[in-house]
Design a binder for this molecule. Structure first.
Ligand code: FES
Length: 583
């Protein structure tokens, strides 16, 4: 980090070519009004004239605990911008606190992407620092910035601090679910349960397990969109403050260099992201977000490419839920640069990054300081890969399981289906004492997909029935067209595509059908004769649409399926939107 940004104004690009100059530099009434309004806020002319204007997109809010420190970090970024000769402007954006936003932040990822793109387009800005990190905010802000295609740095919010409970390391999400199962089983009493409420989430910052937040910020670093090492720095570490200030300094140089995402984001950048994803044992959600981000850069990335990478690169980051450490340990071990060093033979080291240097140059000096946290490839964390892409008559367009966070005994499994048509129905029945279920049953939830839910919530880690929890059962095979939290452990097949709500085969399965899962063969099937499936298909009817107006209607009409990234059809691709007229 120390080597970043000389803060010298590079003269590669003439001042007149900056976007902001159209707003601020002309000798006409419109430009006069723009300058006048900046002076209205007490700014001197020389504070904003003849220098790059840098947007700080801030996803802080009072209901985003993971981003609670981003107001202060915006000031640190601002300091870096000023020292480097830029003019900072802070633009707030949708905060999308993962736990608070209902029905699911995934419904609003594309909303945030649109907001970021249009905030940047409609204002006089030449470059942007994105302050984000809680699950959907990383892909959301970056999808918008990639589409807008101005110089961009992603400044990750950073993980929260480690916590301990009764001598055990405990992390956000993973242990919440584990303790909940013990509470339902009657192994934790109520006073202890209330005590746990103040545990696991020890400070501001993103989840400290390898959930979706850490997965996304880490793989975005592998793509070259952050400063080297940035994604692993804990939110409350002084290094994080310095990293934020360095982002401010570096973005000014990037504007003079005209270093836009389109100048360096290539197939190789996304290949590096996928390689890192597998070594991290990252969240299943990343498969959706990576495809969507690639689509914004005009790159076709498929589930099959991810599966192929998962077969080559084992999970080496010993972090929950695949392992038993947390992000602070990962930082002390050397963080992402050290992990990337370990998988160097699988990386495209010539891929360029926001530093103006290649990924290979960025990680050249990295050292793995703790091989119990960042394992060597020859000594992986789990027997299973980070991801397996399944196909079969239940999921012709693909489905995903995370073998590294599942029980190996279920990698080959045959069981009787127990089907729920909605999350509400499942929640109402799953703990009934007379529920017809045993440990071999395959529990299925449908209508949890992009259109069906809508928004594809994290329902996919379906609860284990109480009567089985009381017998000590902690994992079962569960299927859905929903997503699951990256922090969770379980033999859950998610993202079944096409989803049930649009008539995917998941809509046809019935309680009592035999389901066959074979992870090694990458297959998932219902053992139902074809003529019976045809009969069920003829009888199937889509549910009446209850969302008749507003954003949710727009979402349902335009969202793609999970295997295509769940982006809107009118946002994907690289077609250029004209610059706005300032008159
Ligand atoms: Fe924000 Fe996990 S809830 S990162």
């Amino acid at each position: 980090m120390d080597a970043m940004s000389a803060n010298t104004q590079n003269t590669l690009r003439p001042l007149e070519s900056l976007r902001s100059q159209r707003w601020l530099a002309r000798d006409d009434m419109r430009s006069f009004a723009h300058r006048q309004r900046l002076q209205q806020m007490g700014l001197r002319r020389d504070e904003f004239l003849n220098r790059p204007v840098i947007a700080i997109i801030n996803t802080w809010s009072d209901l985003s605990p993971c981003h609670a420190h981003l107001r202060e970090r915006a000031e640190d970024v601002r300091r870096g911008i000023l020292l480097a000769g830029g003019f900072p402007v802070e633009l707030p954006a949708l905060s999308l606190g993962e736990v608070m936003v209902k029905p699911t932040t995934m419904l609003y990822r594309n909303f945030l992407a649109m907001e970021v793109e249009e905030l940047l387009r409609s204002h006089p800005v030449d470059g942007v620092v994105l302050l984000a990190g809680c699950d959907k905010t990383t892909p959301g802000t970056l999808m918008g910035a990639i589409s807008m295609d101005i110089p961009t740095i992603f400044c990750p919010a950073g993980p929260m601090l480690n916590d301990r409970y009764k001598g055990q390391t405990v992390g956000a999400g993973t242990h919440t679910k584990k303790f909940w199962d013990e509470y339902v089983a009657g192994n934790i009493n109520q006073p202890e349960w209330i005590r746990l409420e103040a545990k696991m989430t020890r400070s501001p910052g993103t989840c400290n397990t390898m959930g979706t937040a850490s997965t996304m910020t880490s793989i975005v670093e592998a793509m070259g969109l952050t400063l080297p090492g940035a994604s692993s720095i804990p939110a409350m570490d002084a290094n994080h403050v310095r990293m934020a200030s360095t982002c401010g300094a570096r973005i000014v140089d990037m504007v003079w260099e005209d270093l836009k995402p389109s100048a360096f984001l290539t197939d190789d950048s996304f290949a590096n992201a996928v390689a890192a994803y597998m070594a991290l044992g990252g969240s299943t959600n990343a498969a959706i977000h990576l495809i969507a981000m690639a689509g914004r850069a005009g790159i076709k990335l498929s589930l099959d490419e991810m599966d192929a990478m998962a077969r080559r690169i084992p999970v080496i980051a010993n972090l929950f839920p695949s392992g038993d450490k947390l992000m602070e340990d990962f930082f002390f071990a050397g963080g992402m640069p050290a992990l990337l060093q370990e998988i160097k033979p699988h990386l495209k080291l010539d891929a360029m990054t926001i530093t103006g240097k290649s990924l290979g140059e960025n990680i050249a000096a990295a050292v793995n300081d703790d091989a119990t946290v960042i394992r060597h490839v020859a000594n992986p964390v789990a027997p299973g890969a980070a991801l397996a892409v399944l196909r079969g008559n239940l999921c012709p367009d693909g489905a995903i399981i995370k073998p590294s966070a599942a029980s190996p005994k279920f990698f080959k499994h045959e069981g009787r289906a127990l089907v729920f048509d909605s999350n509400a129905e499942m929640l109402a029945q799953i703990h009934l004492p007379d529920l017809d279920v045993d440990e071999n049953t395959v529990i299925i939830l449908r209508n949890g997909g992009p259109q069906g839910a809508p928004g594809m919530p994290e329902w996919g880690n379906l609860p284990i029935p109480k009567k089985l929890l009381q017998r000590g059962i902690r994992d079962m095979v569960r299927l859905s067209d929903a997503r699951m939290s990256g922090t969770h452990f379980g033999s859950c097949v998610v993202h079944i595509s096409p989803e049930a709500a649009i008539g995917g085969p998941l809509a046809l399965v019935q309680t009592g059908d035999i389901i066959e899962l074979d992870v090694d063969a990458r297959s998932l099937n219902m053992l139902v004769p074809d003529d019976e499936l045809s009969r069920r298909r003829s009888a199937w009817k889509p549910a009446a649409q209850i969302f008749q107006r507003g954003y949710t209607k727009l979402y349902i009409q335009h969202v793609s399926q999970a295997n295509d990234g769940c982006d809107f059809d009118f946002l994907s691709g690289t077609a250029k939107t004209p610059e706005p007229s300032i008159y």
